[in-house]
Design a protein around this ligand. Structure first.
Ligand code: RIB
Ligand code: CA
Length: 332
């Protein structure tokens, strides 16, 4: 049976690859896409999501806009320095314009309506700040039972990226992340940057994608600013497709190897704000010293067949289908 999937996203170059991965897959029923602030403001993430779906010919997929800021505290910073001023290396306007209107519902209402209408549990893949998902769980607790899994790109078991301690999606709204990860309302899979970094793709991979067809060429055209950032972050000419790794797991459970670990999010205002503390002590020791408000165990992705995943992503994205009659890369 195809995976029923909703993606919550802040495109973002790696988000664009993740959305395309789901939009082009034949073992996914992409029920909807919801946008959230994050890499760039909500207005930009929303049009970027709609344009990537248009590129993939998915005018059937509703897009609804969600939170424009975190639950409680202001958003500390965007990530234009990674994704470019418009979130897609300044190339968003070169993508096809959406022919489907923005859904008149807000993101949380669309999420709730899709969950309510689903005849089997739905996987939600948040690949940006978790503000929309925390709001959904708070406002519609009865719908938690309709959620198969929440497969989240976020967190860091070691060092962060936005700060020494915190990964961007969690750092953007730590209170929302803690509500989702420690709330125990739905099965969570956390895909941290420790693993996504190990899945980085190289220049050969990117050249093969660029030459694979119109969609691959259009996705490659979105990467210059992102690739430049990762040339510095990695120390070699590669890219980290964080969100595509998480969506690959959302689509096909078991793609990533996981461990059952309690994860708490640091919500203070010290240097550790937004850190994800996974308790990797042995269960017996954890149990013997259980604090009264110990977080529930969730699945944390710790490994995968790195080459196999890179090959799977390339194969899934190198398709020739595109929006009939539209050139994915309209000239400027
Ligand atoms: O830290 C990586 C995450 O933050 C990815 O989701 C990327 O798109 C940014 O949102
Ligand atoms: Ca993202």
């Amino acid at each position: 049976m195809p995976t029923k999937l909703i993606i919550d996203t802040d495109p973002g170059v790696d988000d664009a690859f993740a959305i395309a991965l789901a939009a082009l897959a034949d073992d996914v029923e992409l029920l909807g896409v919801t946008s959230v602030y994050g890499n760039v403001p909500l207005s930009a993430t929303t049009i970027n999501a709609r344009r990537v779906l248009a590129l993939c010919g998915r005018h059937d997929v509703p897009v609804a806009a969600g939170a424009e800021r975190p639950l409680v505290h202001r958003h500390p910073n965007e990530a234009r320095y990674v994704h470019g001023a418009d979130g897609l290396s300044g190339r968003s306007h070169a993508l096809p314009e959406p022919t489907r209107d923005l859904d008149e519902r807000d993101a949380v209402t669309l999420l709730a309506d899709l969950l309510d209408a689903a005849d089997e549990p739905v996987t939600i893949a948040p690949i940006g700040p978790l503000t929309n998902i925390a709001t959904l769980l708070a406002a519609h607790p009865r719908l938690a039972g309709k959620i198969a899994r929440i497969v989240i790109m976020g967190g860091a078991l070691g060092h962060g990226n936005s700060t020494a301690a915190a990964e961007f999606n969690i750092w953007s709204d730590p209170e929302a992340a803690h509500r989702v990860l420690a709330g125990g309302q739905a099965p969570c899979v956390l895909v941290p940057m420790d693993l996504t970094y190990r899945c980085a793709v190289d220049a050969v991979w990117m050249t093969e994608l660029a030459g694979s067809g119109p969609i691959g060429a259009a996705l490659d055209a979105l990467t210059p600013d992102y690739r430049e950032h990762y040339r510095g972050a990695l120390g070699w000419d590669g890219m980290v497709l964080h969100d595509a790794v998480a969506v690959a797991e959302a689509i096909r459970p078991g793609t990533l190897q996981t461990e059952r670990l309690p994860v708490q999010v640091e919500c203070g205002f010290g240097p550790g704000r937004g850190a994800t503390h996974a308790d990797r002590r042995l269960p017996a020791l954890r149990a013997s010293s259980a604090e009264p408000d110990a977080a529930p165990e969730i699945d944390v992705a710790v490994d995968t067949d790195l080459d196999g995943l890179r090959a799977q992503l390339l194969s899934a994205l190198r398709v020739n289908s595109r929006v009939p009659g539209e050139d994915p890369l309209r000239t400027l």
